[in-house]
Design a protein around this ligand. Structure first.
Ligand SMILES: Nc1nc2c(c(=O)[nH]1)N[C@H]1C(S)=C(S)[C@@H](COP(=O)(O)OP(=O)(O)OC[C@H]3O[C@@H](n4cnc5c(=O)[nH]c(N)nc54)[C@H](O)[C@@H]3O)O[C@H]1N2
Ligand SMILES: Nc1nc2c(c(=O)[nH]1)N[C@H]1C(S)=C(S)[C@@H](COP(=O)(O)OP(=O)(O)OC[C@H]3O[C@@H](n4cnc5c(=O)[nH]c(N)nc54)[C@H](O)[C@@H]3O)O[C@H]1N2
Ligand code: SF4
Ligand SMILES: [Mo]
Length: 666
């Protein structure tokens, strides 16, 4: 008997699509998008259309495994869950006794998880243990810090506003890979004669259809944004009445922008002055105008100030109180209190920045990390300084547990592997961060093999380590009810989703207002001034000035084929780096050639493609590659530094500076 059930895609993508899954003989046979959700609009990406390949892959982990060969060799013996739990229990008790709880480090990010499978029973377990705490800084840390300080995460506008806007600015966001459902409202607007500006070092597919493409040099968004703010003031576009009534801090913002004249911005960002001027003028003149700010601008040393300055632009000229405004992340629409899931208070133990995991494993002593518990994360593929991460994972005295669905590059270094369920095999609750819906993720099939959901495994470990308390709850339904409240829960059960209270397309500064403590837009927030290493809106120049040996910037944007590194093993093509013809000619390189990308951190061997769609001085290699996708088992992360952004201590993946040379023939 065939039947179709609805669920929500929880993968790390802004769209949170409503899926329709056909099940026959207890197997998933078809996955499609739901027609009755306007955002999903009846279609989904190829990754999830083909997700059954992952669910039923022969690479799925179906039983716990214990290492039987050297770390990294991929040699394991099958063991039972009972043996696995005992091994973990013994090791943790030993660590607690010898080094204290801080020697245990949970390593998770959970971008592809919902509310029940990350920061729930897992947090309960690690908090009660008194483990080290992880600062999840690989993504959205700079933009989150800036957004919270400036707007208190006031929700962004919804996709409908894009179809209605006369000017759309897509700033460091690539919807063809990262969030496909934004494309259609943008195309709708273009058909109605609206203008599109794309700010990106690559001429993305979207940029090809844009009226204006600014081929920005990575890490210079701050100066382009400050340059616009200066230009808007100089040319009389500032809405002083709006600034006085609804904002604080405009004076110091204008002061910071003062030095960014058009010619200075053009030089620093490597954008023609005329293009900048056109961009600034179109934005000033056009209403409604909307900015879609992506994550491209944050992944560098200037990331926090850059996002704050971009978000300040619509306030300076008041693009609010009508359609348009901005969207960064819409995750702030749903602020659900997860305390009833966690049932523990965070211990006052040390915090480890996720970008520094390699460094921590190798060099932090007091105490050293002796047990690393990896789940909802694939650090070998996704953290900077890949060689340090690999070296750290090879440490003989380190006990690494990897809890995942497949044998990832990280799992190959584990001492113990636990098999995890996919989102068809457990319950969860997920909100979009572009799409504003909150939907249930439903268990549709039985777990494959002996795979288990996170809440079951961490619940069992809590029991085995004697950390259980009388009122502990492990029940997805009770949790979901406590997250959304009794009234909404009924609706959620009936409809499988909730829509935000602010309506389908809220007007910013009218239907939604700043969540800052002042209730105003904080254009020069004290919290950012004090946390910024160099000063808010202070531009840190390109490291290339100090290091002429590595003159090319390496960026690693999203790939349409993977979600971060998830599903990467299903791709058999090897990775291709893209370089501008001028840079290739200067190095006598040609398309199809094998090249080494290198710097002091490492080297990565891949095939080269020469393409004018990338701006000179920049090389691109997708994020989320697995070791098998390159010629030497290293990815762009072997070249990304573990330096931290100005605000939010975020990842600086795109601050990788490299040289490229031909690989000598064997
Ligand atoms: N298919 C797919 N979808 C995904 C993901 C995935 O891996 N695959 N990842 C998900 C996650 S975790 C996230 S955070 C989002 C990220 O989604 P996006 O916001 O799209 O982030 P990126 O792909 O990192 O970069 C976006 C664009 O910024 C450009 N860029 C790079 N450096 C700079 C810069 O300094 N300034 C400017 N203006 N642009 C720059 C890149 O060329 C790229 O086209 O996507 C989510 N969606
Ligand atoms: N070079 C470079 N690197 C980057 C970036 C970049 O721009 N450039 N961007 C970064 C960004 S935006 C992000 S968000 C990070 C993400 O980095 P990660 O958090 O490492 O993301 P994934 O690679 O998707 O790994 C998630 C893993 O969790 C597993 N998993 C999924 N669901 C479950 C579950 O329910 N239980 C368990 N136990 N496991 C599960 C998946 O199988 C997968 O292996 O990567 C960052 N890495
Ligand atoms: S990954 Fe994104 S586009 Fe694909 S189904 Fe999931 S939410 Fe939709
Ligand atoms: Mo991300």
């Amino acid at each position: 008997m065939k039947h179709t059930q609805a669920t929500t895609c929880p993968l790390d993508c802004p769209d949170a699509c409503k899926l329709l899954v056909t099940i026959e003989a207890r197997q998933v046979v078809r996955i499609g998008g739901s027609d009755d959700d306007a955002y999903t609009d009846g279609y989904i990406c190829g990754k999830v259309r083909n997700y059954a390949k992952h669910v039923y892959s022969e690479n799925r982990l179906i039983q716990p495994l214990k290492r039987s060969g050297p770390k990294g060799s991929g040699q394991f013996d099958l063991i039972s869950w009972d043996q696995a739990y005992s091994l973990i229990g013994d090791r943790i008790r030993r660590d607690l006794e010898r080094h204290g709880g801080e020697s245990i480090l949970p390593l998770c990010y959970g971008g592809s998880n919902g509310k029940l499978t990350q920061d729930a029973v897992d947090a309960r377990f690690f908090y009660r243990l008194g483990a080290s705490r992880l600062d999840r800084t690989v993504c959205a840390a700079p933009s989150g810090a800036a957004y919270s300080a400036v707007y208190g995460k006031m929700p962004g506008v919804s996709y409908q506003d894009y179809a209605r806007s006369k000017l759309i600015v897509v700033w460091g966001f690539n919807p063809h890979a990262s969030g496909i459902h934004m494309i259609s409202p943008i195309q709708q607007a273009l058909q109605q004669g609206s203008k599109l500006v794309v700010v990106d070092p690559r001429q993305t597919l979207l940029a090809k259809s844009a009226d204006l493409h600014l081929p920005i040099y990575p890490g210079t968004d701050l100066v382009v944004a400050l340059g616009m703010i200066r230009w808007l003031r100089e040319n009389g576009w500032v809405d002083w009445a709006f600034l006085n009534q609804f904002t604080n801090g405009s004076e110091p913002l204008f002061d910071a922008a003062e030095c960014w004249t058009l010619d200075r911005v053009a030089k620093e960002a490597r954008i023609p002055q005329a293009s900048l001027q056109t961009f600034y003028r179109w934005y000033a003149e056009t209403n409604p105008a909307v900015i879609r700010c992506g994550w491209g601008p944050e992944r560098n040393r200037n990331g926090g100030s850059a996002i704050a300055a971009i978000l300040a632009i619509p306030a300076v000229v008041n693009k609010f109180q009508r359609a348009g405004g901005f969207t960064l992340s819409n995750s702030g629409v749903w602020r659900l209190d997860n305390s009833s899931l966690v049932q523990a208070t965070p211990p006052k133990t040390r915090r480890i920045n996720m970008n520094l995991v390699g460094e921590t494993l190798l060099n932090v002593k007091d105490p050293p990390v002796t047990t690393l518990f990896v789940y909802n994360c694939n650090p070998v593929a996704t953290l900077p300084e890949q060689n340090k991460v690999l070296q750290g994972l090879r440490r003989d005295d380190l006990f690494t547990v990897v809890f995942d669905q497949v044998l990832t590059d990280t799992a190959a270094y584990a001492d113990l592997i636990l098999p995890a369920t996919t989102f068809f095999e457990h319950d969860d609750l997920r909100n979009g961060y572009g799409n504003r819906r909150l939907g249930t993720v439903n268990r549709l099939i039985a777990p494959i093999g002996q795979a288990k959901p996170n809440y079951e495994v961490f619940g069992e470990l809590i029991q085995r380590l004697g950390l259980a308390q009388q009122d502990d709850i492990i029940d997805p339904a009770t949790w979901t009810q406590s997250l959304v409240g009794a009234d909404s829960y009924q609706r959620l059960l009936e409809q499988g989703e909730l829509k935000p209270a602010s309506g389908p397309c809220p007007i910013q500064m009218q239907d939604v207002v700043p969540g800052t403590s002042s209730g105003k837009i904080e254009l020069y927030p004290a919290s950012l001034v004090t946390c910024s290493a160099v000063g808010l809106y202070c531009y840190i120049p390109d490291p290339v000035c100090s290091n002429q040996r590595y003159p090319l910037a390496l960026i690693s944007p999203s790939s349409p084929h993977t979600i971060n590194s998830s599903l990467g093993y299903l791709r058999h093509q090897s990775a291709v780096a893209i370089m501008n013809p001028a840079d290739a000619a200067a190095r006598q390189l040609t398309t199809g050639q094998r090249v080494r990308l290198f710097n002091d951190s490492g080297e990565t061997w891949v095939t080269l493609r020469i393409d004018a769609a990338i701006t000179p001085g920049v090389v691109s290699l997708p994020k989320g590659l697995w070791q098998r996708h390159t010629l030497n088992g290293r990815t762009s992360n072997a070249l990304s530094p573990d330096t931290l952004s100005d605000i939010g201590a975020g990842a600086c993946f795109n601050d990788a500076r490299i040289e490229v040379a031909a690989v000598p023939d064997p």
